[in-house]
Each structure stands twice: as structure tokens, then as C-alpha cells.
Design a protein around this ligand. Structure first.
Ligand code: GDP
Ligand code: MG
Length: 439
């Protein structure tokens, strides 16, 4: 997928002008990526015709390559549709969540509460779902995980009354998150209920919660909820799965709102404020460096290591040392499998990892522990310059680390393989999107 857009872009290397065929090929790849990401057909067509028109009619500014120019156009047009993230002031407020059953409202309620509590506010979750059995328990438990106040009433039947009582009972909280019931499909009962709750609660913000996998259904849902209560922002959940969440664009477009939060997992910490850059990269399958470096930063913070100099992208700049490999292994401990991490580096996503030999990235926990011990016995010079390590040094390192020469050789082999792999990917358009975005 994304790799074909990247591939097409790369064919433009060295060109100073785009001809009609180039533009059409790129537009086609963009359409393919966006449709696959569940962006609505009409929206895709609008977007791509804008891109096409600009690419054909606008002169690249002096010194700009044809490729950079079209990337800039694509990015600008995408930003136009995606928009900035919904403004969420850090002040007392009431937020109500709406959406179909299973979209992730209850989980999101606890996540948003957790998010506010990390910002120093005192949130409370109010659970008004009387429709789905077990909702009370689930919400209570999640609010417990988030360590925030909670109100619900497992025996009550009137959601409006629960909302009223809940606001009163949690008076000393400053942010109120009101969770509501959904239904399997849009129906009058659901809409009536949410209208009544909204009249009672009078929220500052209504957020529509959408599963990233929602496709063309996003439009009708967004329309109905917007008509009923007015939608101020969208939260996309389950972005940790394979779905890219393009349906949210439809919802944003339909309600004239914006995206507020992204849900990226089942625990209360798995929430991020929406940021257009990363989301656009993801939709286009061009990698998401921002997200990756944030994760690396968080992982480093957790291990108490500050390493401001290291950017994952540096690995693609040619010199992959044993120190990089060491950091990579540290980071992996915190971040999960290397192939997933690699997926987020521009130029390495889009299933390219599938083309690697199986053992190219195979660094199991045991091997990693051995490797760490070995690297501790190496000099700085050896770590920076592993190719210079000769037989004598291997002997010394093996002895010093209490391992054997074979394992030291294995480490060097592993490094070589990773280095070669990274070299292979160099110059495949890595970082283009990020460079455009930084401008
Ligand atoms: P509700 O019916 O709208 O309240 O949805 P729930 O909050 O009960 O979520 C439905 C299911 O989706 C639950 O199993 C959640 O754990 C799961 N879920 C919600 N958000 C996410 C997410 O961001 N990632 C993943 N993987 N699962 C999620
Ligand atoms: Mg629920």
C-alpha cells in the first residue's frame, strides 16, 4: 500500500517538472491509500482533484524539486480536510460522549478522565448507561484504573436522573465526563435518550466516539448525532489495530468539527491528543516518525535514561553502530517488537518488513541479554566501529564478558544484518513527509 505511493514518489527523484502522467499516477496512489483507510469516496475524489489541479498548475518554487512540491501540496490539502485538533482547554468543564455500542465510549471516558488528571485537574466519570448489562461495573472499574472519581447507579433506570444525581454527587470534581449508552445501530430511542441527557447535563463539549474501523457508516452516525446534540469533536478508538480511521474524516467533514483524541489500546493510559501530522502520515501509509519518537522518549523516560541526541531516523542516515543497536534493544524492551517499531519509521512501513528474511530482526530476549553483557565489555571505539573488530578483540571480549567467541561473532553478525537491512532501505523516500511537515 503506502510503499507504492512512496515508490511512485521516488520515481520523481531528480525531476524538476511533473508531467500529466506523473501527476495522475500519484493521484491514483493517493486515492488507493485513502480508500483503503476508509476515507469516504466523495471526500477522496474532492481531495484528489484539488491535488491534481494544483500539481498541474502551480509552478514549484525555485529550488524545489518536483517531488517535494507535490508532497507539500498533498500535505496541505490533507491538512485542510483533517484540520487541527479540537480545542480542549485545561479548565473546569463537562464533556459528554456519544456513539454506538462498542465504539469505545466507556473506555474513552476513563481515558479522558485519566488524561485530565495528568494535567492536574480533578475529573469525575458519570456513567448513565442503563441499557447495556455490566456497564456500571465496567465503567466503575475503568474509572478505578484511572484513579478518578466515579458515579453510577446499577439499580436506576432513568439515565437522565443518573446524570443529574451524578453531577451533584461529584460536585467537587472540576471536569465531568458523562458516558452514555449506545445501541447496535442508530435508532430513535438512542437519539431521544441522548437528547434528554444532553438537556439535563448541558455539556461544554460533545464528543462523538468512533471505532477506527468504521467505514462508510461514519457519515450517517455523524449526521444523526450532530442533529441531535451537536458534535464538537471526534475521538477515534482502536487505532492500535490495523484500521487507519479514515471514517473519522467523514465525520469531521459532516459535522464541521475536528478530531480531539485518539484511542490506542485498552488501558486508560492509551490515549493521545490528536495531531494532524501523524494521522496524515498514517492515512497515506508514509510512516509516523512523530509517534515513534514520542514512544522512544517515553520508553527512555521510564528507564530513567535521557538520550536527547538519538533520533530513530538517524539509523537511516547511514551509520548504524553497535550503540544504536544497544539503544534499539533497550527501546524494544519498552516498545514491543522491532518490526512494529520499524513500521513507524518513514520509509520502512507498508509491509516492507515482510520482505525481510525471518531472522534479520530476530533478537530474542535471551540473545539480547547476552548481547548486552558482551557490549559492556567493548570499548567505545569498538561500539562505534564494529567492523574494525578482529579475531584478537573477539577473544578478549568473549573472555571479558564471560561468554564465548561464537556468541560475540553472533552479535557482530546480527549487527551486520541489521546494518545491511537499514542500508537497503536508505533513499527510499524516507522522511519526505516529515521534512515537509517541519517547514
Ligand atoms: P462502549 O460500548 O462504546 O462503551 O465501548 P467500550 O468502551 O465498552 O469498548 C468496547 C470494546 O472495545 C472493549 O472491549 C474495549 O476494551 C475496546 N476498546 C475501546 N477502546 C479501545 C482502543 O483504543 N483499543 C483497543 N484495542 N480496544 C479498545
Ligand atoms: Mg459503554
Amino acid at each position: 500500500l503506502g510503499s507504492s505511493l512512496r515508490g511512485t514518489m521516488d520515481k520523481l527523484r531528480g525531476k524538476s517538472r511533473l508531467d500529466e502522467d506523473d501527476v495522475q499516477e500519484i493521484v491514483k496512489e493517493i486515492q488507493r491509500s485513502l480508500l483503503q483507510a476508509d476515507v469516504e469516496v466523495d471526500l477522496v475524489m474532492d481531495l484528489s482533484s484539488n491535488i491534481e489541479e494544483r500539481a498541474l498548475n502551480e509552478e514549484p518554487p525555485g529550488g524545489t524539486s518536483a517531488r517535494d512540491h507535490i508532497l507539500k501540496i498533498v500535505y496541505e490539502e490533507m491538512v485542510e480536510v483533517v484540520g487541527d485538533s479540537t480545542e480542549i482547554p485545561l479548565e473546569p468543564q463537562t464533556i459528554m460522549l456519544a456513539g454506538l455500542q462498542g465504539s469505545g465510549k466507556t473506555t474513552t471516558a476513563a481515558k479522558i478522565a485519566w488524561w485530565f488528571s495528568k494535567k492536574g485537574l480533578r475529573p469525575a466519570v458519570i456513567q448513565t448507561d442503563t441499557f447495556r448489562p455490566g456497564s456500571y461495573q465496567q465503567a466503575k472499574q475503568m474509572a478505578g484504573n484511572a484513579e478518578v472519581q466515579f458515579y453510577g447507579d446499577p439499580d436506576a433506570e432513568d439515565p437522565v436522573k443518573i446524570a443529574r444525581d451524578g453531577l451533584e454527587a461529584t460536585e467537587d470534581a472540576d471536569v465531568h465526563i458523562v458516558d452514555t449508552a449506545g445501541r447496535h445501530a442508530l435508532e430513535t430511542e438512542l437519539i431521544d435518550e441522548i437528547e434528554e441527557i444532553e438537556r439535563e447535563v448541558n455539556p461544554d463539549r460533545n464528543l462523538l466516539v468512533l471505532d477506527a474501523a468504521i467505514g462508510q457508516g461514519a457519515k450517517e452516525q455523524a449526521r444523526e448525532f450532530d442533529d441531535a446534540i451537536g458534535i464538537d469533536g471526534v475521538t477515534i478508538t482502536k487505532l492500535d489495530g490495523t484500521a487507519k480511521g479514515g471514517g473519522a474524516l467523514t465525520a469531521v467533514n459532516e459535522t464541521d468539527s475536528s478530531i480531539a483524541f485518539l484511542g490506542t489500546g485498552e488501558t486508560v493510559q492509551d490515549i493521545e491528543r490528536f495531531e494532524p501530522d501523524g494521522f496524515i502520515s498514517r492515512l497515506l501509509g508514509m510512516g509516523d516518525l512523530k509517534q515513534l519518537s514520542e514512544r522512544v522518549e517515553r520508553a527512555m523516560a521510564e528507564t530513567g535514561e535521557e538520550d536527547d541526541d538519538w533520533e530513530p531516523e538517524d539509523m537511516l542516515q547511514g551509520n548504524f553502530t553497535l550503540k544504536d543497536m544497544q539503544r534499539q534493544m533497550d527501546a524494544m524492551n519498552k516498545m514491543g517488537p522491532l518490526d512494529q517499531v520499524m513500521d513507524m519509521i518513514p520509509g520502512m512501513g507498508g509491509g516492507m518488513m515482510d520482505q525481510l528474511p525471518d531472522d534479520a530482526m530476530d533478537v530474542t530476549q535471551d540473545r539480547m541479554r547476552n548481547f548486552e553483557v558482551i557490549m559492556d565489555s567493548m570499548t567505545d571505539e569498538e561500539l562505534e566501529n564494529p567492523r574494525s573488530i578482529g579475531a584478537k578483540q573477539v577473544q578478549r571480549i568473549a573472555r571479558g564478558s564471560g561468554t564465548d567467541e561464537e556468541t560475540v561473532q553472533e552479535l557482530l553478525q546480527q549487527h551486520k544484518m541489521m546494518d545491511q537491512t537499514l542500508n537497503q532501505f536508505q533513499g527510499m523516500g524516507d522522511g519526505d513527509m516529515q521534512r515537509m511537515m517541519r517547514k
